[in-house]
Design a protein around this ligand. Structure first.
Ligand SMILES: O=P(O)(O)OC[C@H]1O[C@](O)(CO)[C@@H](O)[C@@H]1O
Ligand SMILES: O=C[C@H](O)[C@H](O)COP(=O)(O)O
Length: 948
């Protein structure tokens, strides 16, 4: 008779430690049931990894699952795993019936990531039980300290549990007691224990591997040949001895009054199941862990090779209760030799969790890859060309992130991923897209449409304006909806220009401020509220205003008082620059008729791609973040963004995210947005390039330059978005990447400590103005016909030493002479941000770049204060700043206060400048006098001269 089948006669059930889709589908499991009397199947993360991860057998199933809609990687895995388990369970169902629920089980393990999480294990086990929906399912739960209460709880709920990763007799006793306690609870709750089965998977071969290793080390060190022999005699014996003694415990545990009471109600003893019974050491018999552990009421789950071997040459006998005394002696001898089985078994549990987690990482990585392949262009493609050194650093860090479970910890809001400060309180953006109330946005959009608005203006700064600006610039105007504008300035000319561009009587204003306390949106609101009141009557003005603000803010109160049409609440655990996929971006989107449902739908694909369940090597957000962060550490800290025409404004949003998040404590990344691409020769070795475009936006000249940069050894990331409708994916990818880069740089990416300093200075100045009617006097270092120049003593003295004298040009020349390799030059202009001025600034910055071969920034104040301003003051001391202010041709009063827009802007510029100089930054301010157009021309000319 087939030796495997004979095990039945010894009271032992053989289960198969293997599962794969084709194996079940082709009838091979059925064949083993028929020929070998196989009575069950066990799976684990390694088994699924081999089945799914290392073959294309599941590609079709994954493709089919995705046809019904995108899913997370964990969901996708679970979906195919559940199908496999169901198929196997159905094949084994006749066995289950024949043996009255004592056999015929298929085991599915809860995620190894939850091994230290009781609640998570319980929730997942319940879900799997529900999803598989088969009586002959056993859910595998590890015998960790956190697993034990889950075992009791789940048994109490009537689930059949297979306890895995069990190595020690002591823990086994606890496991058996947890099962018994669980059954008692079930009975107390009126449940029927006869439907519950359980096995305690006692691992065998892994113990020998670990013990033998320590014995070998001792043998090598021992001098006495007898000692060597004594130690050698223990090799390959300990695992079996340990298991035999566990069986003796089993007999005790499942007898006696307490147990009999349950047995009388139909409860089944929890059988010991010998697991890990494939021989690992080639010197040992390939059927060792079957032959030596045969006894009644036990199970042995064997891998296919062991099953084949036993069928071929196994010799069944009642071995389990042979030489029990000898087993005790073996363990005593082992202790005497100084090898602690207790310590080894403890370590094996930890290693076991880690091994299964490693397998799950590989498995999830493979599923993530298959998902990305099926979805194709529906997820923005990302290609990293990093050069060999950075590539290696990223690979190393990727492995550290994987082994340290950092992406899962990030998603679980573990602040120790960063500095352990308060990062956990600022991660609401992770799930803000998933939480978006689409129905409400759609309802709101319908209402907006009904009102025949011509324009919608967002009044906000930084995180409250830049996201909406990207949407306004990227999406064409939707018919029936107002045209979306963004105003983020205190420049009187710019405020006026906005007023001119809209039809006041037909405009809806969105006042956006998380804190509600930011100066600019408040004064902009005061101004436009007064203008609208004039235009349509004070009592109706409120109807034209909407507030987006965090709950309880001062803005919310004002909105209520002034009768705003609606207040949308932001989420207080989201900082401004991470808020675009929350009401701060979505309300303006809905107002402009942008399809929020589709925007979020596409975004969620990226959320899934960057999920906790997508290991770092397949996770696009993590990969980009690691590359950015590590490049920064290597001195490539100028993140240079090229955005194609259709998404040209994306960089303005990314700038704030990157600069305000990372630029602090003297560290950080300096985003460079808006520089056109140039020849390799103009770039230093401090660049990290990101090229972003939508599909089909190809430009041969641009691409040739980009390729040349890559060839020259610059890191280049290429991102191709399917269409503008997919822009949300990039917001999300960059948010994850920035959070990851922040972790690499060792800073808190969610605070902005240095922005506050400039606000304090500005407040001091405006308070002084309110009191005295003028800003405190200031003394220029020189005054020419066209401009006054200002700076602090230290800068002035340095500049004079460098040749600054009586002309604007000489000061500029001296200032630029302080620019060295790897520095950046930032032009910070507190003037109207219009096409002409943008052109002038761009021209000047490119001249600086091309002459000095340094990175350049061209920014408008006060908007950059709420964006890159943080990094300029708090980031690395590599910036050389040229602040540009000018006389306002025509100021504009702010209703209800003394300080006009012009005064506020001037105070902001001075506050900003004071902080820069206080921090010892290289800064010079040019104040243009008289006509701005002429002044800018003069300045532009002087800059070019100074560079020569
Ligand atoms: O939405 P709020 O609170 O008005 O803040 C606007 C912007 O100001 C900052 O706090 C910087 O001052 C940014 O982080 C933020 O996006
Ligand atoms: O339930 C089965 C166990 O997961 C399996 O037997 C472990 O075996 P291994 O030690 O060969 O990985």
């Amino acid at each position: 008779m087939n030796p495997v089948k004979q095990l039945e006669n010894h009271g032992q059930a053989v289960w198969l430690d293997f599962l794969a889709r084709g194996f079940v589908a082709k009838g091979e499991l059925k064949k083993l049931i028929d020929t070998d009397g196989v009575k069950g199947v066990t799976s684990n993360p390694s088994i699924f990894e081999k089945a799914i991860g290392s073959s294309d057998e599941y590609d079709g199933a994954i493709g089919n699952a995705l046809k019904k809609g995108d899913r997370s990687v964990a969901d996708l895995f679970e979906h195919v795993a559940v199908e496999d388990i169901q198929h196997a369970a159905d094949v084994l169902r006749p066995v289950y019936d024949e043996f009255h629920g004592n056999d015929g089980f298929v085991s599915l393990e809860v995620s190894p990531y939850l091994a230290m999480d009781t609640k998570g294990t319980i929730a997942e086990a319940m879900r799997l039980w529900h999803d598989v929906h088969r009586k002959n399912l056993m859910v595998k739960v590890p015998a960790t300290p956190e697993g034990l209460p889950a075992i009791e709880h789940l048994t109490g709920k009537g689930l059949s549990i297979n306890i895995t990763l069990l190595f020690s007799q002591q823990v086994y006793i606890e496991v058996a007691k947890a099962y018994i306690a669980g059954l008692e609870k079930l009975v107390a709750d009126g449940g029927d224990p006869s439907h519950v089965a359980s096995v305690a998977s006692f691992f065998v071969s892994r113990i020998d591997s670990a013990v033998d290793k320590q014995l070998d080390e001792k043998i090598a060190r021992a001098n006495d040949p007898q000692e060597k022999e004594r130690l050698a005699a223990l090799k390959g014996k300990v695992a079996i001895a340990n298991a035999k003694l566990a069986y003796q415990e089993y007999k005790q545990l499942f007898s006696g009054a307490r147990w009999e009471k349950l047995a009388a109600k139909g409860a089944k003893p929890q059988r010991l199941l010998w697991a890990s019974t494939g021989t690992k050491n080639k010197d040992y018999s390939d059927v060792l862990y079957v032959e030596e552990l045969i006894g009644p009421n036990t199970v042995n789950t064997v891998p296919p090779a062991t099953l084949d071997a036993f069928r071929d040459h196994g010799k069944p006998r009642d071995s389990l209760e042979e030489n029990v005394e000898e087993a005790r002696q073996i363990l005593a001898e082992l202790e005497k030799s100084g090898v602690s089985l207790g310590a080894i078994t403890e370590e094996l549990v930890e290693d076991g969790v880690k091994l299964f987690a490693d397998a799950a990482d590989k498995l999830y990585g493979a599923v993530a890859h298959k998902r990305a392949t099926v979805l194709g262009a529906a997820i923005g493609a990302q290609k990293l060309a990093l050069g060999s050194a950075l590539k290696k650093a990223v690979e190393k860090s990727t492995e550290e992130w994987r082994a340290g479970a950092k992406i899962r910890r990030l998603w679980h809001k573990d602040k120790t991923v960063w500095t352990g400060d308060d990062e956990n309180k600022w991660l609401g953006w992770l799930d803000s897209p998933a939480k978006a109330d689409i129905a409400d946005y759609e309802d709101y959009a319908r209402r907006v449409k009904g009102q025949n608005f011509s324009d919608a203006v967002v009044l906000g700064m930084g995180g409250s304006s830049l996201g909406p600006e990207v949407l306004a610039e990227t999406f064409p105007k939707k018919s029936g909806f107002p045209k979306l504008h963004v105003l983020d300035s205190t420049d009187p000319a710019q405020v006026r220009a906005m007023e001119k561009a809209i039809d006041l009587k037909k405009t809806v204003f969105i006042v956006s401020s998380k804190s509600g306390g930011t100066t600019e949106p408040n004064v902009m609101k005061d101004y436009f509220f007064a203008q609208v009141s004039k235009a349509i009557g004070a009592e109706k003005a409120g109807h034209r205003f909407i507030a987006v603000t965090d709950p309880g803010s001062s803005l919310e109160k004002v909105a209520k008082k002034q009768g705003f049409a609606r207040t949308f609440h932001g989420e207080p655990t989201i900082g401004g620059r991470y808020s675009v996929l929350s009401p701060f971006g979505l309300v303006p989107a809905a107002t402009a008729g942008i399809d929020v449902k589709s925007l979020i739908h596409h975004t969620l694909a990226m959320v899934r791609s960057c999920g906790a369940d997508v290991p770092p090597h397949e996770n696009p957000g993590v990969q980009l973040g690691l590359a950015m962060g590590l490049a920064g550490l290597e001195g490539r800290d100028k993140v240079t963004i090229f955005s194609s025409e259709k998404i040209a404004d994306f960089g303005a949003w990314a700038e704030q995210l990157i600069a305000e998040s990372t630029g602090k404590e003297g560290k950080g990344l300096i985003p460079i947005d808006g520089e056109t691409i140039a020849e390799v020769s103009v770039y230093g070795h401090d660049r990290f390039f990101i090229d972003l475009r939508t599909e089909g936006e190809n430009d041969a000249g641009h691409d040739a330059r980009l390729d040349a940069l890559e060839k020259a050894g610059h890191p280049v990331v290429r991102i191709v978005i399917k269409s503008i409708e997919h822009i949300g994916q990039e917001f999300y990818r960059f948010e994850i990447a920035t959070a990851v880069a922040g972790a690499v740089l060792g800073i808190n990416p969610f605070n902005q400590p240095d922005v506050e300093a400039a606000k304090v200075k500005t407040r001091e100045l405006t308070t002084a103005f309110e009191k005295s009617g003028s800003l405190p006097a200031e003394e220029p270092v020189i005054s020419t016909g066209e401009a006054d120049l200002y700076t602090d003593e230290a800068n002035a003295s340095d500049l004079r030493k460098a040749g600054a004298d009586g002309t604007l040009e000489s000061w500029l020349k001296a200032h630029f002479s302080r620019v060295h390799a790897d520095d950046y030059v930032a032009l910070l202009a507190y003037i109207e941000r219009n096409a002409d001025h943008i052109d002038t600034l761009e021209g000047a910055r490119l001249a600086v770049r091309d002459q000095r071969h340094v990175a350049t920034c061209a920014e408008f104040g006060p908007r950059f204060l709420h964006s890159t301003g943080q990094a300029y003051k708090g980031g690395p001391d590599s910036g050389v700043f040229l602040q540009i202010t000018a006389d306002d041709a025509k100021d504009l009063p702010v209703p209800g206060q003394k300080a006009s827009f012009g005064i506020i802007k001037a105070a902001q510029a001075r506050g900003d400048f004071d902080v820069l100089t206080e921090r010892g930054r290289r800064a010079l301010r040019v104040h243009l006098k008289g006509d701005l157009k002429a002044g800018l021309k003069t300045l532009d000319h002087a800059i070019r001269q100074a560079l020569n």
